[in-house]
Design a protein around this ligand. Structure first.
Ligand code: BGC
Length: 376
């Protein structure tokens, strides 16, 4: 049953609002300077655009997927990208943004370590006439023109479903939740999605919530240490772990290995990193959520290209969804993509899409599973 419901939500089918892009920086976005002439053109000489990613340590996605895929997609749009990573340092994030603004980027794409710094950077860029796009994480109380991401509540719901499927019928199953950063709106949405599935299970007594903790900065080590404390305090008993991403899942599995519980306790994840897919093939991790970053990068690149040309109608036509910013009390024009639940049965869907190569997954310990699943 869970299986066929996996990828049904079509995020892009909404209607296009007739509102114009509005606002104080209405004349911004490449009307002047070097952007206007060449933007459909050759690889060199395209409009300069900036991208700032938040971290590397919290997830392998940023360096393995986002950076190369954004570079490729932005170049395919004839743009000249500068892609940097703030390494979780808010000061560095602002400094990188200042450099890009001074350097005359036509659009700034930001995936911020937290909403405060993301919002501040967007304000500064916009004051200089540069439109901004919130990439992956929405900056609450921010002012970016657009938001590109996945349906993050749906990501959480898939994690909840995966956990239910993995635990199976085990009345009173002990569940520990290791959640994402309290400062990341995505982590809030993941949690909401998870609870839409798990709350009724807790209420009925099917599942027993041992403990739940949001981990500052998505710090994987701290996630592992917190899990270990909860496990010890519960007398070493656990029947399922909601880990909010693959980094957390890896840290949890390391702890489970100490007492031989790995492979016996389903652990969730997110990001479909090569490490997590291997852990799934080995049976140590039950599921992950595959967010095809190629689609996210492509969507961001198309939107960036439209904004770099000052083509607000084209940009608005791409962003057919809206996201609610409860802090800023506004609806942000959005482009939201569809996540996919991955268990051992369909790991091949990830290699088929090309974001991870079979050669990265199929090593001595996993070769039998790869053969059985036709991953090659
Ligand atoms: C992203 C996840 C990632 C997490 C930690 C979230 O905002 O959506 O893909 O695992 O941050 O980096």
């Amino acid at each position: 049953m869970g299986r066929s419901s996996v990828a049904l939500v079509a995020a892009g089918a909404g209607l296009v609002l007739a509102l114009t892009a509005c606002g104080a920086n209405g004349t911004s976005g490449g009307g002047s300077g070097g952007a206007a002439a060449p933007s459909g053109g050759a690889a060199s000489g395209g409009a300069k655009v900036g991208v700032i990613l938040p971290e590397t340590a919290t997830s392998a996605r940023y360096e393995s997927f986002d950076k190369p895929l954004l570079d490729k997609a932005l170049r395919a749009e004839g743009l000249d990208p500068d892609i940097q990573n703030a390494q979780g340092d808010v000061q560095k994030f602002s400094t990188l943004a200042d450099g890009m603004i001074n350097n005359g980027v036509k659009v700034l794409v930001i995936d911020a370590p937290n909403s405060e710094v993301g919002g501040a950077v967007a304000k500064k860029a916009q004051a200089a006439g540069i439109p901004t796009i919130d990439y992956d994480r929405l900056n609450l109380g921010g002012s970016s023109d657009y938001y590109v991401s996945f349906d993050n509540t749906r990501v959480g719901a898939l994690q909840g479903q995966g956990l239910v499927q993995g635990v199976g019928a085990k009345p009173g199953a002990n569940i520990i939740e290791i959640e994402g950063a309290p400062t990341d709106n995505n982590a809030t949405l993941f949690y909401e999605g998870q609870q839409s599935v798990l709350k009724p299970k807790y209420a009925s007594g099917d599942f027993k919530l041992v403990a739940s903790q949001r981990i500052p900065d998505w710090n994987n080590q701290q996630g592992g240490a917190t899990f270990e404390q909860f496990l010890t305090a519960n007398g070493g008993k656990v029947d399922g772990v909601l880990a909010a991403n693959d980094g957390m899942a890896g840290a949890v599995i390391t702890v489970l290995k100490k007492t031989g519980l790995n492979g016996k306790v389903p652990v969730t994840g997110q990001d479909a990193t090569p490490e997590s897919l291997q852990a799934i093939l080995l049976g140590d991790q039950y599921m992950t959520v595959f967010k095809p970053i190629a689609q996210e990068a492509d969507a961001a690149a198309k939107l960036t290209a439209a904004l770099a040309k000052g083509d607000k109608a084209a940009a608005a036509a791409l962003a057919t969804a809206t996201s609610r910013d409860p802090k800023g009390n506004r609806a942000v024009k959005s482009l939201l993509l569809t996540p996919i639940l991955i268990t051992k049965d369909n790991v091949k869907a990830v290699t088929d899409q090309g974001s991870v190569k079979a050669s990265e997954l199929c090593v001595a310990a996993t070769q039998a599973a790869c053969d059985q699943l036709g991953i090659k």
